[in-house]
Design a protein around this ligand. Structure first.
Ligand code: BYC
Length: 312
């Protein structure tokens, strides 16, 4: 097939809602966009283990510890599915990890904030995983097959994460006044970073329009942010705590919540490496990678030994 026919076939598949698979022809920029998004997503899962890892040794009960351990392990698994999905596009995992470790690659801004109290484990599950689900359920319908299929399992696990976070918040909010104050403090600190997670406003998002055309993204950043806010406000009401936004109010005409302006200077500072924990997160990832060198060497030596044995 010549390039024009290949492009037509690619477009036909998109129009017919057929998945694009690794061996199919695809435009270079479609491939690049997917590598960018899937690798950033994979890095986010792996770096996303760090803020909560901080609380594994401090969980207040055995039940909480078991749930937190399972959640953090799930996140490692999500990272692995996503690196694998990304590799189907012809990029090596080593290259992706190198980009993360040198600070060249982006990962979600949210993981550069500190987890100061146990209530932060609740707020992360409720808000961060809640935002993640809102963003990721539509990705199960992404046009690229391996990414879409990986997201199905990721989303099932994310909904358990969201529930465990909300349950922590509910327990704190029904506890002593000090516990409720801890929950309120966590909401105060995690609210704005969580709504920034959806990315820049559509008017300032360089990639959204093209990604929507390619059916990688099914909703824009602003559409998903609004859905998240609409779903989350009633949940805060049930908890009896207050979202830290004086401009938040129900708009009877639009049937959505209006909300205050987002501090995009803070968002870009964090994305560019100047958030409260960026340096700490990268140092932790680099240390873990360096400490794991012997495992990689042993695995390679074992494979080589097996290869020689088979050859002999
Ligand atoms: N943080 O044109 P835009 C999780 C960057 S995992 C940092 O809107 P796009 C979880 C963006 O990359 C959460 N950077 O881009 C894990 C782009 O920069 P480049 C991660 C951000 O790709 C463990 C530039 O800004 N989820 O939830 O169309 C525990 C312009 O943006 C952010 C995913 O990765 C940000 N928040 O849309 C708990 C989901 N936002 O590449 C929870 C998959 C934007 O031009 N990804 N940027 O240098 C996506 O859905 C999309 O990539 C985004 C951004 C909506 C994030």
């Amino acid at each position: 097939m010549n390039t024009i026919d290949l492009e037509k076939e690619f477009q036909r598949k998109l129009d017919a809602e057929e998945k694009i698979e690794p061996k199919d022809w695809m435009p270079d920029d479609y491939r690049k966009t997917l590598i960018r998004q899937i690798s950033q997503h994979a890095h986010s899962e792996i770096v996303g283990m760090l803020p909560e890892g901080n609380w594994l040794t401090r969980a207040p009960s055995l039940r909480r510890k078991v749930a937190a351990l399972a959640k953090v392990q799930d996140e490692a698994g999500h990272g692995l599915y996503l690196y694998s999905a990304c590799e189907t596009l012809g990029v090596e995992r080593d290259e992706l990890l190198e980009q993360l470790h040198t600070g060249k690659a982006k990962y979600s801004s949210i993981f550069n904030y500190p987890t100061l109290t146990w209530a932060d484990m609740g707020a992360i599950g409720w808000l961060v995983d809640g935002a993640a689900i809102m963003n990721q359920v539509p990705l199960c319908r992404c046009s690229y097959g391996p990414y879409a299929r990986a997201m199905v399992r990721v989303c099932k696990e994310e909904s358990f994460h969201q529930r465990q976070g909300y349950e922590i918040m509910l327990t704190l909010c029904n506890g002593t006044p000090e516990q409720k104050a801890m929950a309120q403090d966590a909401l105060n600190r995690w609210w704005w970073p969580s709504i920034m997670m959806f990315g820049p406003n559509d008017a300032d998002s360089p990639h959204t329009a093209q990604s929507m055309q390619w059916k990688i993204k099914r909703f824009t950043n602003d559409e998903l942010r609004q859905r998240f806010i609409d779903a989350t406000v009633p949940q805060a009401d049930i908890l009896g705590i207050k979202i830290p936004d004086p401009d938040l109010k129900w708009n009877e005409e639009t049937k959505h919540y209006d909300f205050g302006s987002i501090d995009w200077d803070e968002f870009w500072a964090v994305v560019k490496g100047n958030g409260p924990c960026n340096k700490e997160r990268l140092a932790a990832r680099n240390k873990a990678h360096d400490n794991g060198a012997w495992v990689r060497e042993a695995a390679l030596a074992y494979t080589e030994k097996k290869r020689k044995k088979t050859a002999a």
